[in-house]
Design a protein around this ligand. Structure first.
Ligand code: ADP
Length: 536
């Protein structure tokens, strides 16, 4: 079940009085654990009650069936008495018919059986029935006396007198006993029917009561389960709703639940957190606005700075070019022979002047790029020409340092490509210049090859290498890795960042691989057909 969705039946029940019960359970000031324990205890008690009631019912039923058994026994005894009586009457008639005294013996045996059953019955019955039994017993004793008379008369062969005694005394006597015994049998029979009916009714009654009890127990258990579960679900779903709001960035909402337990505390804490988040959010928005305003100002300042630098470097270049020009003319002897002592300082002026010019040119390029005023002038060019130009301009430097300077051109390179040849040459010059600068012995190799829709340029050297943690930093402006090395090799710290910018303006990518003391390889790619003529 999703927490934020309530099924229609639960919603209906929550609006009914059971909903008020859920509120009540939530408001009870106790821990969730205690509430759960009480609910489980209640349900358990209900089932224990049901089990006790079932036991009681079973005991009642057992008692009833015992009574029925006894009634059955009594009916059997009274039927036996009835049977013995009938046998006695029959045997007397037989004795008269066959005139045999021996038959009388059988009557006596039957009498014994009669008395035995009568005694058992007497023990089992209550007072009113005992009176009837005593009457039967008195009648039977009298009948036995008459049977004895008849036996004497038969022995004396006075059959006629015996027959008379039989029909005048014994027969009416037996009939009256028979009437009493029949009444007893009927009574026992009726009693059994009553018992059986009572038992059936009791069974039906207990079935109804037990069913009702079970139904009520199940309903109560369901109600308790509903109350307890909704007492927990409601605050959780409210908290879930608030968390959803928070996660979608709507702060400041609160959770209101009637719970006076841990969940209530949780709701209070969540509401407080949400309020705090709202406050922080407002603060952060304010800070962001301030920051945006500051950023805009900074950007304006940065553009102004770049513009100033661009103008300044432009203005610096003109007098510097003049200085370099005149120095060169001096060195070349256009103003007459240069005294020997002047040659060295003049050469120094030239070297430093060129270095300054490079620096000014780099600063000019960088500020133009940053001011958004740098544009590529795209045109058709040949990679081979670019590479050869770079090689030609740096060959003398390589020779000076006795370094092997190699160029490797891929045969698959297209003859004509689209890009800014001047800038691509500048990039390659920067990289190859660095490679020669930072290599004392060994080799520098410039390579150009086609890779899909790109030309892949690389410059590999066997120089000092770059420590792994500095690999990314080399592309940052004014970043020179080691002051002592820089002092030794010279440089401005702008070459690589300008190269990176030009490469990216073309839609390419630049990266470096290096091993300390073993050498570095700088790579960059330029699309075969660069479309980007805009600034970075
Ligand atoms: P710089 O004018 O100082 O050479 P760059 O931007 O061209 O400025 O280079 C930045 C720094 O990167 C250099 O100062 C140097 O520390 C390091 N670097 C550049 N190329 C190489 C290379 N081929 N071998 C070792 N270090 C290099």
């Amino acid at each position: 079940m999703r927490l934020d969705r309530t099924d229609p039946l639960a919603a209906l029940l929550l609006r009914s009085p059971i909903g008020a019960l859920v509120d009540w359970a939530a408001r009870v000031r106790a821990s969730v654990q205690r509430k759960l324990l009480v609910a489980f205890l209640l349900i358990t008690l209900l089932f224990i009650g049901m089990a006790a009631f079932s036991l009681l019912t079973m005991r009642g039923m057992t008692r009833q069936s015992e009574l029925l058994d006894r009634a059955h026994q009594r009916l059997e005894w009274s039927q036996q008495i009835h049977h013995s009586l009938a046998m006695q009457m029959h045997l007397t008639a037989m004795a008269l018919l066959v005139r045999d005294e021996a038959a009388i013996g059988s009557i006596l045996r039957e009498n014994n059986r009669f008395n035995e059953a009568l005694a058992r019955l007497e023990e089992a019955v209550e007072q009113p029935e005992r009176a009837v039994i005593q009457k039967v017993r008195a009648g039977q004793e009298e009948a036995m006396a008459v049977v004895a008379d008849i036996a004497n008369l038969v022995r004396d062969s006075k059959i006629e007198a015996a027959t008379r005694v039989h029909s005048t005394r014994e027969d009416p006597l037996y009939r009256s006993i028979d009437a009493l015994v029949s009444q007893m049998v009927q009574q026992e029979d009726a009693r059994m029917v009553r018992l059986r009916d009572g038992m059936r009714a009791a069974r039906e009654r207990s079935l109804v009561v037990l069913g009702g009890f079970a139904a009520i127990a199940v309903l109560l258990a369901l109600a308790a389960g509903f109350v307890i579960s909704w007492m927990l679900i409601r605050p959780l779903s409210a908290a879930h709703g608030l968390l959803n709001e928070l996660s979608s960035g709507r702060f400041g909402g609160s959770v209101k639940v009637p719970n006076n337990d841990e969940l209530g505390e949780l709701a209070v804490q969540l509401s407080a957190t949400s309020r705090e988040l709202a406050r922080l959010d407002a603060e952060q928005r304010r800070a962001a606005q301030e920051l945006a305003a500051l950023n805009a100002k900074l950007q304006q300042t940065s553009v102004a700075k770049s513009e100033f630098l661009a103008n300044m470097s432009h203005e610096l270049r003109t007098p510097l070019n003049a200085i370099l020009g005149f120095t060169e003319m001096l060195t070349d002897g256009l103003y007459g022979a240069v005294p020997g002592d002047f040659r060295e300082p003049l050469a120094d002026i030239q070297t430093n002047g060129r270095h300054l010019l490079r620096l000014i040119n780099d600063v000019l390029d960088l500020s133009k790029i940053e001011a958004g005023r740098m544009e590529l002038s795209l045109g058709e060019y040949s990679a081979e020409e670019v590479v050869n130009t770079v090689r030609a301009s740096l060959r003398s430097l390589a020779e000076e340092k006795a370094l092997e300077f190699r160029v490797e051109l891929d045969a698959g390179l297209p003859e004509i490509m689209l890009g800014d040849a001047k800038r691509i040459t500048q990039c390659l010059l920067n990289l190859a210049g660095n490679a020669l600068k930072f290599t004392k012995r060994g080799r520098v190799t410039i390579r150009a090859e086609r890779q899909g829709d790109f030309v892949h340029y690389s410059v590999a050297d066997t120089g000092i290498g770059i420590p792994p943690e500095q690999l990314e930093a080399v592309f940052t402006e004014f970043r020179q890795l080691d002051a002592t090395i820089t002092r030794e090799f010279g440089g401005t710290g702008l070459g690589l960042s300008i190269t990176k910018k030009f490469v990216e303006m073309h839609g390419g990518r630049i990266w470096v691989e290096s091993r300390l003391s073993e050498g570095s390889t700088f790579h960059f790619t330029i699309p075969l057909k660069s479309e980007m003529a805009s600034t970075v």
